[in-house]
Design a protein around this ligand. Structure first.
Ligand SMILES: C[S@@+](CC[C@H](N)C(=O)[O-])C[C@H]1O[C@@H](n2cnc3c(N)ncnc32)[C@H](O)[C@@H]1O
Length: 349
């Protein structure tokens, strides 16, 4: 007989810290002291299922299981997988109507028709499939492009659901009926995503905090990492954002959750002020700068866009060249400020 919840003792502070730190080290997910009850509840349930009687035994199980199977299962229990199709429409509008036309125009001009998008922390697949649908809707010449939408997640359970691609009505609540009609078929189990959308998306299991294993995510044009980093400590966020910077091509874009910010996390990206949303952006390559930056101000034609194109943030660069341009940019900003002060003093005199 399985032990009942009462067979398991209360989680002591020491045990909590040991397990919490281990989870943090392996996954980047951090539970503050006031979230102890979440860890305790999830562990009690899981230990009851397995017949494990003490937290210490369970800790050893996740720590020394070389297959990582139980740890992966625990991740499934402690992560929040809330998601839906067309989540946060303004951001997706910025993607569809502003970012995508910019990137594709730029690439076409360079004779490059390869587009790579990364949905980091893709949960049950709604985000990468939404992006695939948007590409199908917005790019009439899509068949002439080589497109990869890469989705990864730490939870095997959500990936299983994503691969299955059958969804309930609730997750389609923000999706236009026309889109549902076009890209889904109704089945007894739910709404099945069409194969033409599915084939644009490649799903894989992966831990964002294990950046050594994220090498496959390179030459990326756009990263979506929305509503994922909220669970991470600042140090882990910094590492992951650094990874995004490395993965992105010059001029690439980073979408994070609409209530999230890189403040205090990274200065590597600049904010681009689009009509529908603010989006972080990696500096375009110096040589080809004129093109994409100029077009941001030309097409957006708002003061915000010009500010974005000029850029205000410094550049936490990963290469010597990047660092040098960052210093040059800061020096030029400082000189501009000094010039302005000089003008003001002269006017006063
Ligand atoms: C709240 S969902 C967000 C899904 C989607 N990005 C969206 O905004 O709709 C967060 C996802 O991040 C995943 N996640 C959490 N920690 C992760 C990690 N270290 N590596 C990869 N995925 C992670 C969770 O499993 C979960 O599916």
């Amino acid at each position: 007989m399985l032990p009942t919840n009462t067979d398991v003792q209360k989680l002591s502070d020491e045990e909590f810290v040991a397990i919490r730190d281990f989870i943090h080290e392996r996954s980047g997910i951090y539970f503050a002291e006031n979230k102890k009850y979440i860890v305790e509840n999830r562990l009690i349930r899981r230990m009851s299922e397995l017949g494990v009687k003490s937290y210490k035994d369970y800790f050893y199980l996740i720590k020394y299981d070389t297959t990582h199977k139980e740890f992966n299962h625990l991740m499934t229990l402690i992560t929040t997988n809330e998601t839906s199709f067309f989540r946060n429409p303004p951001q997706l509008k910025a993607f569809a109507k502003e970012v995508l036309p910019l990137i594709t125009k730029e690439k076409k001009a360079a004779g490059n028709k390869r587009l790579r998008i990364w949905s980091a922390g893709c949960s049950t697949g709604e985000e990468p499939y939404t992006l695939a649908i948007i590409l199908k809707e917005e790019m009439p010449d899509l068949s002439n492009w080589s497109v990869d939408i890469l989705g990864n997640d730490i939870s095997e359970r959500v990936l299983y659901a994503a691969r299955k691609g059958i969804y309930g009505e609730a997750t389609l609540r923000s999706t236009e009926p026309r889109i549902v009609q076009k890209y889904f078929t109704r089945e007894p189990e739910g709404f099945r995503i069409s194969d033409e959308v599915k084939k644009l998306v490649k799903l894989s299991h992966g831990n964002l905090s294990d950046t050594r294993k994220l090498g496959v995510f390179r030459n990326i044009d756009i990263v979506f990492c929305r509503n994922v980093m909220i669970y991470f400590s600042d140090d882990v966020k910094k590492n992951i954002v650094r990874q995004f910077y490395t993965s992105l091509l010059p001029g690439g874009f980073l979408f994070i959750g609409h209530s999230e910010s890189l403040h205090g996390i990274s200065k590597a990206f600049k904010l681009s002020y689009f009509k529908n949303a603010l989006v972080y952006r990696k500096e375009p390559a110096r040589t080809g700068r004129s093109s994409l930056s100029a077009r941001v101000s030309a097409t957006g034609a708002t003061a915000g866009n010009s500010v974005a194109a000029r850029g205000t943030a410094t550049h936490a660069a990963t290469s010597t060249t990047d660092r040098a341009s960052s210093i040059a940019e800061r020096t030029s900003d400082t000189l501009k400020k000094l010039e302005k002060m000089r003008e003001m003093l002269a006017a006063k005199r």
